[in-house]
Design a protein around this ligand. Structure first.
Ligand code: SF4
Ligand code: SF4
Length: 321
């Protein structure tokens, strides 16, 4: 597991508050078939933390109480949670949009050969990491053989209708930089990805999300090992853009960990930074079932938040600008 960093400073990051809650991002556990270098969760094949059915039922009780329209499933590899299919089916029966943050390779693993078909049947939006369209770069960051397995999974998804014009099965790809730079402009990169993947492999997809690496967990450990941590943080601060504040994902999204504790975002979850300024201790989903809405609540911000406001901005849905 990646080492959690020393506490970030409160810093001068502006105070921000929540708007209406629309998206619940649920981490189904840290078990993953891969161990990527940039992983901000520190996920891997040896992790045993998985959300139980009891906690999953709390998630649905909370969805019923709130105005949530999207369930964003993450991990680890969310598909490796034994209750994954139950979660998807329950949500779809409630007419909730489901996003699967899929590493693609899982769709090629023994035991998961029916997963792509299942996702298509349930009209699950797939948001898949592919940090580059070149084999060497992907394998360097994610592990040997990952690029070819990813291509094979993408072809399988295209055959099911994902990413095809005129089909409502949505397939989005996620880019994150290999090193200590900010992502290039998302629209330009998306055009490059589309052109290259179509020309070389006949692969199509809907959108590309360019995400900034936040300096936490495994990526932070790498920065520390190389003595680059402070420089990277400074880069994020130097590229601060106030216009990105309005679109920050923490404003309309709540992050839930595998045990049911809630955080302002996935990154705060990894830093174990409790929800908002008004909740000094860790808050559990069951506490929120009996409280009023979170609208206008202050969000817990620290220096790592500059990763979301730098340059074109960054969120689970890509650039903000
Ligand atoms: S696939 Fe995703 S969750 Fe798994 S190790 Fe890689 S970055 Fe982490
Ligand atoms: S890390 Fe980003 S999403 Fe999380 S609280 Fe900070 S600004 Fe919001």
């Amino acid at each position: 597991m990646g080492k959690v960093l020393p506490q970030f400073e409160r810093s001068h990051f502006p105070a921000i508050n929540r708007t209406a809650l629309e998206i619940l991002q649920v981490n189904l556990g840290y078990l993953c078939n891969l161990s990527c270098r940039h992983c901000h969760v520190g996920a891997g094949p040896k992790r045993t933390e998985l959300m139980t059915k009891d906690v999953i039922d709390l998630v649905f009780a909370y969805i019923q109480k709130e105005t949530i329209h999207t369930l964003d499933l993450t991990g680890g590899a969310p598909e490796m949670n034994p209750h994954f299919k139950y979660v998807v089916q329950q949500a779809r029966a409630m007419n909730i949009k489901v996003i699967d943050r899929c590493n693609l390779v899982i769709l090629e693993e023994p035991g998961y050969i029916d997963m792509a078909q299942f996702l298509a049947e349930n009209k699950v939006v797939i948001t898949a990491s592919l940090p580059c369209y070149l084999e060497d770069n992907v394998d360097k960051q994610r592990g040997k053989g990952v690029f070819n397995a990813s291509l094979s999974a993408l072809k399988q998804l295209n055959e099911l209708g994902y990413g095809q014009v005129g089909n409502d099965l949505e397939l989005n790809l996620v880019f994150n930089p290999q090193g200590t730079n900010l992502p290039p402009e998302q629209s330009v990169l998306e055009a490059d990805y589309k052109q290259y993947l179509k020309a070389h492999y006949g692969i199509v997809f809907n959108k590309l999300f360019a995400m900034t690496n936040l300096p936490i967990q495994r990526f932070a450990s790498m920065l520390q090992r190389k003595g680059l941590f402070n420089d990277y943080l400074q880069l994020l601060k130097d590229n601060y853009r106030a216009e990105n504040l309005a679109g920050l994902m923490c404003r309309n999204t709540l992050s839930v960990d595998w045990q049911g504790y809630v955080y302002d975002c996935d990154f705060n979850q990894m830093l174990q930074l409790p929800l908002g300024a008004n909740y000094p201790k860790k808050t559990h989903l069951r506490d929120l079932l009996t409280t009023i809405s979170l609208v206008d609540e202050a969000i817990a911000v620290r220096e790592h938040c500059y990763g979301c406001t730098a340059g074109q901005g960054s969120s689970c849905g890509g650039a903000l600008g």
